[in-house]
Design a protein around this ligand. Structure first.
Ligand SMILES: Cc1ncc(COP(=O)(O)O)c(C=O)c1O
Length: 382
């Protein structure tokens, strides 16, 4: 928390605007829309709810196809299943770790030939890094298929100077507890299509018809954000730019200290893009130990690092789902999953704590390479 949250929370209590909705919700929506220069924004209970609403607004229904990045958290794709639609997973490419335009193109060509284009494409900006939007937009425009930009992890990032989340027909943000700013739980749906967002507000509030009695002609959802949580969001938004600076400094320190170690490559930042560096991610392809063993060594020191998201096409729940790799024999998302590590990157990480992580990684890699040299020498002598 920033320390400014209580001001908004107290205001909500004093004015008795607890729920549903209220002035903080309206203000938070306006402030986010202004921050990312979008036509409008709808505050909802989670990023997942925002994706679900976007699919509803694009009329995605049973049997429809939706293309989706494979290397992401499962929440990107679950709403496709809520709609009984069919996901097709698209691999990553090495420059951004995000959706591969080559794989997307191939998926579109096949879909076109089969006479069934997707209803939508969900593009994820992993760990704060924007996908190759120009290429992806050009392919989707060619087939007249709308994009939902899953910017849950990339609030505060830009692509060619334009804020992340504003590239598709709809964009979504998450304010889940682990995100760069949080409302403890919440999300935002953004778009320049203000008519569609009006419908989103209707669907997110149980689709209540404008009648004095409780009348419903459509199925809706209970997806709105409370006035208290929106107050937390307003205070958090005030310090978003500081958070981005902090996360980038954390990335820089890791990168300065660890880049020279054998086998380590940091997640790239594509030219003309600015990443919020929500999490510092790297690949470790050591000759001596695997990424899994390095994670274990960190865990032994009580340091919580994580593997990169498990690609959705490898998830048991999506077994048998169609998937397009970057190139015929190049599965980038699988490689990133096997070798990827996300390092502790919280905005409150102290320099001392970060140096502990750095030293643990250095010690582990040096220890294993010494051990390997001993074995190697013994073998040579033997
Ligand atoms: C890429 C991505 N998409 C969607 C979500 C879903 O957001 P929420 O947890 O707010 O539902 C998350 C995070 O949780 C995410 O990381």
């Amino acid at each position: 928390m920033s320390g400014y949250e209580k001001k908004y929370i107290n205001e909500a209590f004093q004015t008795n605007w607890i729920a549903p909705l209220g002035p903080n919700v309206d203000a938070f929506e306006n402030e986010i829309a202004n921050y990312v220069r979008a036509g409008d924004a709808v505050a909802v209970s989670s990023g997942t709810a925002a994706i679900h609403l976007a699919l509803c607004l694009l009329d995605v229904k049973e049997g429809d196809i939706v293309f989706c990045s494979s290397l992401t958290f499962i929440a990107s794709a679950n709403p496709i299943i809520y709609q009984r639609a069919v996901p097709v997973f698209i691999d990553s490419e090495p420059d951004t770790w995000n959706m591969s335009p080559l794989a997307l193109e191939k998926a579109f060509k096949d879909a076109f030939q089969e006479g069934k284009l997707p209803k939508a494409v969900i593009v994820v900006n992993l760990y704060g890094q924007s996908a190759k939007m120009d290429e992806i937009i050009s392919i989707c425009n060619h087939y007249h298929v709308p994009i939902i930009e899953d910017a849950a992890e990339s609030l505060g990032s830009t692509y060619k100077g334009k804020p992340s989340g504003t590239f598709g027909r709809f964009g979504i943000f998450s304010f889940n507890g682990n995100k760069i700013i949080t409302t403890s739980g919440g999300g935002m749906l953004i778009s320049n299509d203000t008519v569609a967002l009006k419908k989103a507000r209707f669907l997110a509030a149980q689709a209540r018809d404008p009648a004095p009695h409780y009348q419903h002609s459509k199925i809706g959802y209970n997806y709105r954000l409370s006035n208290i949580l929106a107050g937390i969001g307003r205070a958090q938004l005030e310090i978003l730019d500081d958070r981005v600076n902090t996360r980038r400094l954390i990335f820089d320190r890791y990168s300065q200290e660890l880049s020279e170690l054998p086998g380590i490559s940091f997640m790239p930042e594509l030219e003309n893009t600015f990443s919020n560096r929500w999490l510092t991610a790297l690949t470790f392809n050591g000759a001596e130990i695997t990424a899994g063993e390095l994670l274990k060594a960190l865990e032994n020191e009580n340091i919580e690092a994580r593997p990169v998201w498990k690609p959705l096409h490898l998830q048991p729940i999506f077994k048998g789902t169609r998937y397009y790799s970057h190139k015929e024999n190049e599965n980038i998302s699988e490689y990133l999953f096997e070798s990827g590590i996300c390092l502790p990157s919280g905005s409150n990480l102290t320099e001392e704590e970060q140096m502990n992580v750095i030293n643990c990684i250095k010690d582990t890699i040096n220890h294993f390479s010494k051990e390997r040299n001993v074995i190697h020498n013994e073998k040579n002598l033997g």
